[in-house]
Design a protein around this ligand. Structure first.
Ligand SMILES: Cc1cc2nc3c(=O)[nH]c(=O)nc-3n(C[C@H](O)[C@H](O)[C@H](O)COP(=O)(O)OP(=O)(O)OC[C@H]3O[C@@H](n4cnc5c(N)ncnc54)[C@H](O)[C@@H]3O)c2cc1C
Length: 394
């Protein structure tokens, strides 16, 4: 197998680099960094999303008729690598771009594709994912939010929780129970719900990082037009599984952040002085960094399995769980290691005069969620055991 990029792909990388060098947003000033609240950072992210969209970098691998560029996943991957190299985010509509958009392309009617796909890419319509409930997280077959078809509308009642971006979102890809008589997954359906509908109440949840990025959503007699059903009635389980595969593919392959973290660790080591001298000269520290670099490379090469599948035109398969598991656990270990190396100084909160760059304190606290969001590590291991290794169900 040849792991090298072709001359055309390297030329593409140069194009990406040139554009990013000319258009990347200016770094935050130290005053901005100290005072940055969620709204300030969100508006900055929105502006960056629009710049990427106008530069035609959003949805590179989406078909042209839906606003994409018709490129392959390799071009998309190169863009992600270059963004990570400069520590730049992917825009403000991540869930829409990596989950709902691909789910609509796979399951949607032509009218749904025409209506929803382009505004996902442009960032005009932000999406959230309504899967988890107080009694259904890893076990999504237990979803209880109920939708009853009455004439031209589904009437929705129930509650979702941990819904990332619900407070910013215009739409929710909502998983509901449409037939309570059928067993578990068989009675589920997927709806595209306008978050401004009467009866939708959003309550932000505050995380230990201090930010409120996810929410509870309450649905009380919310009317959803029946043409907003995505995929077959009571066929929501297949939509759900494929949406989660797209999420894991997105987290593991394109948004994993391990390369970015590795670069930041190298910078941190170079800037750290120990009692015995420069951290960068310490053999144990160099050894640890080398291990992280090797694991990052191994994760990247293993991810080529998922990529190969996508290049063959197939939807993501269970191997996306390997990438999700590997990148989230590796990133968590890297951030914890940074915490030990940097010591107390690294833990100073944004706003403190001596706080280091890169918001380490929040990232360290935020790292705990990496092995929960998008399906816990235990669930990924089950998936790998059962669907890849063919082991009996646990
Ligand atoms: C930052 C963040 C963002 C999120 N964003 C969203 C979102 O946008 N939309 C959304 O719908 N959800 C979202 N979630 C929810 C997330 O998907 C769930 O938290 C996750 O799937 C786990 O479900 P749970 O919290 O109900 O835990 P549970 O399912 O109750 O699990 C509790 C523990 O039991 C273990 N466990 C459960 N079942 C098994 C099993 N079969 N085998 C072995 N161990 C098992 C789990 O690994 C875990 O350790 C988000 C979560 C986080 C942390």
């Amino acid at each position: 197998m040849d792991f090298n990029y072709t001359a055309e792909q390297e030329a593409w990388r140069s194009r990406v680099r040139q554009w990013l060098a000319a258009n990347q947003p200016p770094a935050l000033t130290s005053e901005e960094r100290s005072n940055a609240d969620d709204d300030f950072l969100w508006e900055r992210l929105e502006r960056w999303h629009v710049a990427l969209y106008q530069g035609r970098w959003m949805g590179l691998n989406w078909p042209k008729e839906y606003g994409g560029q018709g490129a392959t996943f390799v071009e998309q991957l190169i863009l992600q690598q270059e963004l990570a190299r400069l520590e730049l985010p992917f825009g403000c509509n991540i869930l829409g771009v990596i989950m709902t958009g691909p789910a609509i392309m796979q399951w949607g009617t032509e009218a749904q594709k025409q209506r929803y796909l382009r505004p996902i890419l442009s960032g005009e319509e932000i999406w959230c994912e309504g899967l988890s409930e107080p009694g259904a997280g890893s076990d999504l077959g237990a979803i209880q939010t109920r939708a009853v078809l009455q004439g031209d509308y589904f009437v929705v009642n129930g509650q979702k929780v941990w819904t990332t971006l619900a407070h910013r979102a215009h739409f929710c890809q909502l998983f509901v129970r449409t037939d309570p008589e059928r067993p578990r997954g068989e009675g589920l359906s997927t709806l595209l719900v306008d978050m401004r509908s009467p009866g939708v109440t959003i309550r932000p949840l505050r995380q230990m990082t201090g930010s409120s990025e996810f929410n509870e959503i309450f649905f009380e007699d919310v009317r959803v037009p029946k043409e907003n059903l995505l995929g077959p009635l009571n066929g929501g389980w297949q939509v759900l599984i494929s949406t989660l595969m797209h999420e894991r593919f997105g987290i593991g392959e394109t948004l994993g952040g391990t390369e970015q973290a590795l670069n930041q660790l190298v910078k941190l080591v170079k800037a750290t002085a120990l009692a015995a001298g420069a951290a960068a000269k310490d053999p144990e520290i160099r050894h640890a960094l080398a291990r992280f670099a090797i694991e990052t490379a191994a994760k990247r090469y293993s991810g080529f399995r998922s990529l190969t599948r996508r290049l063959k035109g197939l939807p993501p398969g269970p191997e996306a769980s390997i990438a999700k598991l590997a990148s989230s656990e590796l990133l968590q270990r890297m951030l914890r290691w940074a915490g030990r190396l940097g010591g107390l100084n690294l833990l100073l909160e944004r706003g403190s005069p001596l706080a280091p760059e890169n918001d380490w304190a929040r990232r360290l606290l935020g790292a705990e969620m990496l092995t929960i969001a998008g399906g816990t590590s235990a669930v990924q291991r089950n998936m790998i055991g059962e669907r890849i290794l063919g082991l009996p169900k646990g």
